[in-house]
Design a protein around this ligand. Structure first.
Ligand code: ADE
Length: 259
């Protein structure tokens, strides 16, 4: 009787565990993001996406990042991936073939939600785009090249072009790292305190309020009394006021976006 009861309990617990595992697994399957970064400078992508929060996200299996060296897909003896521009002009242009080969190989394995080319010509990256991208499962980031890529890549192989700002970088790698970082941190579970990502600057078009930590007085420089008061509602009110004031003073154009 005792053994029977124990067995029943064990079996119930076990199936619950299975159910939990299953649901848990399903949730993980649902939320996991895969990013494939295509670049001629894979070394540049190593450090920015291998530390701190992004590293932990990878360790927790919330995101997979695969960096592909476009040069590995060059079909010529010298592994050359760029060539002179038709019609002349300074600078080399990334050729279509190696990029087509790597994109086709990836697309044969899974469906991609977006194939993004980083370029100063693209739509201007912002928090809204980061939020939207963070909900996708499979994304390719093709890093731009300083003199550009064969136009047919942009016309036939990519789905979206993104610029990180109105200035020109030597290549798209740093832009790709910025886009990847900003979307990965929004994946549920990546930042342990979920409200933290939600209270970011820009999440509601308001700048974040100032923050302070110990010591409360340093060289006579003090911390606002309200933050030391322990009154949660007062602190919340103060933070909102600060957010609005800072946005009005520093980035008034953000408030217009809310209208
Ligand atoms: N490549 C060069 N400049 C860039 C920019 N501003 N944004 C994205 N990719 C780029």
């Amino acid at each position: 009787m005792h053994i029977c009861h124990s067995l029943k309990t064990f079996s119930a617990t076990f199936s619950l565990f299975l159910l939990f595992c299953d649901v848990h697994h399903l949730i993980y399957l649902e939320l996991k993001m895969r990013i494939d970064i295509l670049t001629v400078l894979p070394e540049l992508m190593e450090s920015p996406l291998n530390h701190s929060i992004i590293k932990r996200a990878k360790d927790k299996n919330l995101v997979e990042i695969h960096v592909h060296n476009i040069r590995d897909y060059a079909q010529n003896k010298y592994k050359q991936v760029d060539d002179y521009a038709f019609g002349g002009g300074a600078g080399m242009v990334l050729s279509i073939e190696p990029i087509d080969l790597v994109i086709s190989k990836l697309k044969n394995k899974r469906k991609y939600d977006e194939i993004i080319y980083t370029s100063p010509d693209g739509e201007l990256f912002n928090q809204k785009i980061a939020n939207q991208l963070s909900t996708l499962n499979n994304i390719i980031l093709l890093c731009g090249h300083y003199k550009g890529v064969d136009q047919r890549i942009r016309e036939h192989l990519i789905t979206r072009e993104i610029s990180i700002g109105n200035y020109v970088l030597t290549g798209g790698e740093l832009a790709a790292a910025i886009i990847a970082d900003s979307m990965i941190r929004l994946i549920p579970g990546v930042i342990s305190d979920e409200t933290s990502a939600l209270s970011d600057s820009f999440q509601d078009n308001l700048l974040a309020p100032p923050v302070y930590t110990r010591p409360a007085i340093y060289k006579g420089w003090t911390v606002p009394d309200v933050l030391l008061s322990g009154h949660a509602a007062e602190i919340e009110k103060w933070r909102m006021e600060q957010s609005i004031r800072r946005t009005k003073d520093l980035r008034p154009e953000l408030l217009k976006d809310n209208e």
